[in-house]
Design a protein around this ligand. Structure first.
Ligand SMILES: [Cu+2]
Length: 168
C-alpha cells in the first residue's frame, strides 16, 4: 500500500480511537431550593469529585449552608471572592459549589432547617479510582494489543514518509 494511503488510514484510525476514548468531564447537578415546599429538591444527590451543584431559589427566604461550614450560599457564597453573600434571601438567587473531595456533605437552610432536619439535603461525592499504573515495559506488545500494533504501524509509515521527503 502506498505510504500516503497508509497515512490517511492511520489518521482515520487514530481519530476514531481518540473519539472512542471516554473523557472524564465535570458535570453540574441542579438542586431546586424552596418554591412550593420548604425543601431542597432532590433532597439527596450523588455526584463525582470535581462536579458542581447549582442551587436555584424557586421562591422563599432561603440559603444553603454546609453542616461542616465548607460553603454558605444564597446570593453567591461567603468568601467566593466575588462579593457573594450567603445570608438567606428571597431573591431568585443561583449559587454554584464545586466539590473537590469525596465524602458526604450535609447542608441545610438556616431559616427553615438545621443539620439533618427540616429543610436540609445531602450531597454524596464519589471519589474516582486512581488511573491504572503504566505497563511495566514494551514486552506487553506480543500480548496482542491492537492499538499498540496500530501505533507501531503508523510510526513505521511516518518514518518511511520522512525518509522519502529527505530523498527529494
Ligand atoms: Cu429556607
Amino acid at each position: 500500500m502506498p505510504v500516503r494511503q497508509w497515512l490517511s488510514l492511520c489518521l482515520a484510525s487514530m481519530i476514531t480511537f481518540v473519539a472512542l476514548t471516554p473523557a472524564a468531564q465535570a458535570a453540574t447537578s441542579i438542586v431546586n431550593v424552596g418554591g412550593a415546599n420548604l425543601s431542597f429538591s432532590p433532597q439527596t444527590i450523588t455526584i463525582n469529585v470535581g462536579d458542581s451543584v447549582t442551587f436555584i431559589n424557586k421562591g422563599g427566604f432561603h440559603n444553603a449552608v454546609a453542616d461542616d461550614g465548607s460553603f454558605r450560599c444564597a446570593r453567591g457564597c461567603d468568601g467566593d471572592g466575588m462579593g457573594g453573600n450567603g445570608n438567606a434571601s428571597t431573591s431568585n438567587w443561583i449559587a454554584s459549589v464545586t466539590f473537590a473531595k469525596p465524602g458526604t456533605v450535609g447542608y441545610y437552610c438556616e431559616i427553615h432547617g438545621q443539620p439533618g432536619a427540616g429543610m436540609y439535603g445531602t450531597i454524596n461525592v464519589l471519589g474516582t479510582a486512581p488511573p491504572p499504573p503504566p505497563p511495566p515495559s514494551t514486552s506487553a506488545v506480543p500480548g496482542g494489543n491492537a492499538a499498540l500494533y496500530l501505533l507501531l504501524a503508523c510510526a513505521l509509515a511516518l518514518a518511511a514518509a520522512a525518509g522519502m521527503r529527505r530523498r527529494r
